[in-house]
Design a protein around this ligand. Structure first.
Ligand code: ASP
Length: 310
């Protein structure tokens, strides 16, 4: 049997165990399991890595628990601006969207950019026009309203501060989401989706939709999806860096991912983590924060789900 595997994340950050209720923890775990299983089912039925990561990320976007799709954080204007990217490691095809509003599943729109347009990255008004041309219906702002996110924003809205929803105030609501997969045909894919940072302004865009920074996939090496302080992940070109260490230095996936998260990104002050899968089905999920919502499942039955450091 050819190897296949799926790994997902729901954001890295300063997750403090004592501040998490057991009910909330159970909700996180069951949503992560559901998203992981959805991607795994696609692979197990002979589906593509691209379909698997799309399925997993859509489920995470539909949950209010994570900072993507429905659970997206508030911008400085009190709106929700979402970013997403998807990459197919087989042909190095990619699609990304940024600063979009009202779209239920940004990852699907990113995929449509890849498959239905001649472009890679569409942003703002233009991306919304493309969505309209593709027949997307828009959700009302109330679909994205969430009391906890609102209170997070109220706490900093009149300041110049912008924050990772999973750092400062430990209120139990975290995370950009992502998925990486290897399918039975040897193809890898990566997908990342986010609401960005609370109180962001000026059209701020993080690493998530940037191919090479927050999202990358190549059949020559691996697929990577990142989460953390986007400004640093952009400067560190993190996802591509993992791939480069493998391709040009011959490092293993686990060593390359650890080097980037525990050495290279730390050196410039970046906090966060990533998930990655290589073309042999190895999985790496390093993070340099207190925790990262994460899970993986492989063809050989190996599986794990975690929130905090082990
Ligand atoms: N990396 C994302 C961003 O900077 C945030 C996150 O991972 O939660 O937009």
């Amino acid at each position: 049997m050819k190897p296949f595997a799926i790994a997902i994340h729901g954001g890295a950050g300063t997750l403090v165990k004592g501040l998490m209720t057991s009910d909330l923890e159970a909700s996180y775990k069951s949503t992560l399991t559901e998203a992981m299983d959805a991607g795994y089912a696609v692979l197990n039925m002979g589906g593509s890595a691209l379909d698997a990561v799309t399925a997993s990320v859509c489920l995470l976007e539909d949950s209010p628990l994570f900072n993507a799709g429905k659970g997206s954080v508030f911008t400085a204007k009190g709106t929700h601006e979402m970013d997403a990217a998807i990459m197919d490691g087989a042909a190095l095809n990619a699609g990304a969207v940024s600063l979009i509003t009202g779209i239920k599943n940004p990852i699907q729109l990113a995929r449509d950019v890849m498959e239905q347009s001649p472009h890679v990255f569409l942003a703002g008004e233009g991306a919304m026009q493309f969505a309209q041309a593709q027949g997307y219906l828009l959700e009302e702002p109330s679909y994205f309203y969430d009391e906890v996110r609102y209170q997070q924003w109220q706490g900093i809205k009149d300041s110049d501060t912008f924050q990772l929803d999973h750092s400062a105030k430990k209120d139990g609501k975290f995370g950009t989401v992502g998925a990486v997969a290897l399918d039975g045909f040897g193809n890898v894919a990566a997908a990342t989706s986010t609401g960005g940072m609370t109180n962001k302004r000026w059209g701020r865009i993080g690493d998530s939709p940037l191919i090479g920074s927050g999202t990358y996939a190549s059949n020559a090496t691996c697929a990577v999806s990142c989460t953390g302080s986007g400004e640093f992940f952009i400067r560190g070109v993190v996802a591509y860096d993992v791939s480069c260490l493998m391709e040009y230095k011959g490092m293993s996936l686990v060593d390359a991912a650890a080097k980037v998260i525990h050495e290279r990104i730390l050196k410039i002050g970046g906090d966060g983590g990533l998930i990655a899968v290589d073309v042999e089905g190895n999985v790496a999920m390093p993070f340099n924060t207190e925790g990262m919502y994460r899970a993986f499942k492989k063809w050989n039955g190996e599986t794990a789900l975690g929130i905090y450091k082990d």
